[in-house]
Design a protein around this ligand. Sequence first.
Ligand SMILES: C[S@@+](CC[C@H](N)C(=O)[O-])C[C@H]1O[C@@H](n2cnc3c(N)ncnc32)[C@H](O)[C@@H]1O
Length: 408
Amino acid sequence: MDRVNATTPSASSADDPARATFAALRSPEGEQLLAELRDHDPADELATATRLRRTHPAELVSAALGQARLRQRAAVKFGAEDAYRMYFTPNGVEQATRTSVAAHRAARFAGLGVRSVADLCCGIGGDAIALARAGISVLAVDRDPLTAEVARANAEVLGLGELIEVRCADVTEIDTAPYDAVFVDPARRGGRGRIFDPEAYSPPLSWAATAALQAPRAALKIAPGIPHEAIGPEAEAEWISDGGDVKEAVLWYGEGFAPGSFRATLLPSGATLSAHAPLPAPPVGPVGRYLYEPDGAVIRAHLVADLVERCGGRLVDETIAYITSDEPYSSPYVAGYGITDELPFSMKRLKALLRERQIGVLTVKKRGSAVEPEELRRRMKLSGPGSATVFLTRVAGAPTMLIGHPLG
Ligand SMILES: C[S@@+](CC[C@H](N)C(=O)[O-])C[C@H]1O[C@@H](n2cnc3c(N)ncnc32)[C@H](O)[C@@H]1O
């Protein structure tokens, strides 16, 4: 990989207050403040600030408290060990890829022999760090000077400075030819919050797709809600969930990926399911003894029909992603429930049934129902030692309540 000198648009941070504050945070005094704030209780922030201001400049104390808050938020994505060594900006922590997902993506690249990646739109470095930890050399590019500086600091404090080179530039000016692969994670948030139009991303999705097609291999991070029609036939589309929540989608291009296929990957297990869409419509039929709730990544990837076939079951309604069967079925892609009751939707009947069975803990799940779970639970006035799960859904078009218990 060609080594490229790190550049910054302005010669020093002195004329940029945000970067000057960041430089102060990285001074020995700033580091000491951050270390003191490692375990501070956010509820005591005012008292902590007052105490620290007696011995440190007020501006530095505010910056350290702000950074401590960001680190606390970032721990969810990066784990406490990394988060409390790293630096963040509010946008940077919000938009960064969580470690589990970034590591999965980096492992796919590394598994195909990718040794160098141009990370276009690196933010504070969430993906660049995972790529480097997979042994890949990274050119990490962001046009925001403070963000680029934070990414550089993160590479350094995590001992990845040799593998990650940060450049402050516009990604549209980068020559990606020397790299084995390109990764693009466009900004999907603007001044007014989340951006839904892919052409309003920065850079626009069409630019990112063109850059991806020009590279030997590429990955584009996209919103999980992307319509399937918007995905070109050259891409393999993968939806990734972590702990049951869909986190993101990624489009893969180049040798080693499967153009036109749709994949669901579940973390932390790494279980992965894929098919060339579209699959034939699954059968629909009456509710059996078991109900299966597919993982969100499977639903987003339109792979529910595959699971219906695997478990020999059917959908409860052609528009609802609940699978039912008469035999128990175990799979990482579904949460299974034994069903004890099927009733037409009625708050009154549900309340009577829950009272009769002494259900004190009720889990409410819904698909195709407008009822608010919290409101329903409040109206049930639950009491008793028992627990149950109620599914508010439609069965053959009719609003229905299914009551049951998790399997296993
Ligand atoms: C979604 S964030 C990247 C997050 C990153 N993958 C991570 O895990 O930390 C997008 C970044 O793109 C940067 N950006 C947007 N447009 C850009 C452009 N034209 N050139 C360079 N960077 C750009 C923004 O400053 C922002 O930091």
